[in-house]
Design a binder for this molecule. Structure first.
Ligand SMILES: [Zn+2]
Length: 154
C-alpha cells in the first residue's frame, strides 16, 4: 500500500481528533485497516525484485513520499493553526508501520528482535486480510481510496 494513501487517512483522522497523541494512536491503528484495501503489492514486489531493486524502490518510495508531503502541505495550509499538530501526528502515525518496514526491506538490516517481531506482525496481518488482485486493480483501488479520502479532507 502506498504511503500517500495512509497519509491521506492520517490527515483525515488528524482533522477529526484535536488531541495530537490520540490522533497519532488512531492514525497508527488506521494503518492496519487501510492495508486491508486490496492493493496488489505482490506484483509490485515481483517487479521490484527483478533487478535494479534499490533504484526502483528509491524511485517508487521517493515519488510516494513527495505525494505524501504535498498532501500534508496542502492540508495544513488550509486549516486552523491549532489543528496542525494533530494532522502531523496522525499522518506520522499512519505511515509509521511502513517507515519501520521500508528500511528493513531496503537495507535488510532488521535482526533486532522487537523490530523484526513488529515487521513480522505487520506482514502476517497483511497476509491474513490480503485480497489477491493484480497490481493494475490494486493500483486502481488505491487511487480510488486516495481520491475518496482527498474529497473528505479538502
Ligand atoms: Zn502496511
Amino acid at each position: 500500500m502506498f504511503l500517500s494513501v495512509h497519509t491521506a487517512a492520517g490527515i483525515f483522522i488528524g482533522k477529526q481528533i484535536p488531541n495530537p497523541f490520540l490522533a497519532f494512536m488512531v492514525g497508527f491503528f488506521s494503518h492496519f485497516i487501510v492495508d486491508m484495501v486490496p492493493h496488489g503489492d505482490d506484483e509490485l514486489n515481483l517487479w521490484l525484485e527483478k533487478g535494479g531493486r534499490r533504484i526502483k524502490i528509491r524511485n517508487v518510495v521517493g515519488l510516494d513520499i513527495a505525494l505524501s508531503s504535498a498532501l500534508v502541505s496542502a492540508a495544513i495550509s488550509r486549516v486552523d493553526i491549532r489543528c496542525i499538530p494533530s494532522i502531523l501526528a496522525a499522518a506520522f502515525g499512519s505511515v509509521l508501520p511502513d517507515l519501520v518496514w521500508w528500511p528493513w526491506k531496503i537495507f535488510e538490516i532488521s535482526k533486532e528482535k522487537l523490530l523484526f517481531k513488529f515487521v513480522n506482525f505487520h506482514h502476517n496481518l497483511q497476509e491474513k486480510f490480503k485480497r489477491n488482485v493484480s497490481f493494475k486493480y490494486g493500483f486502481a483501488f488505491q487511487v480510488l481510496t486516495l481520491i475518496g479520502l482527498a474529497l473528505l479532507i479538502f
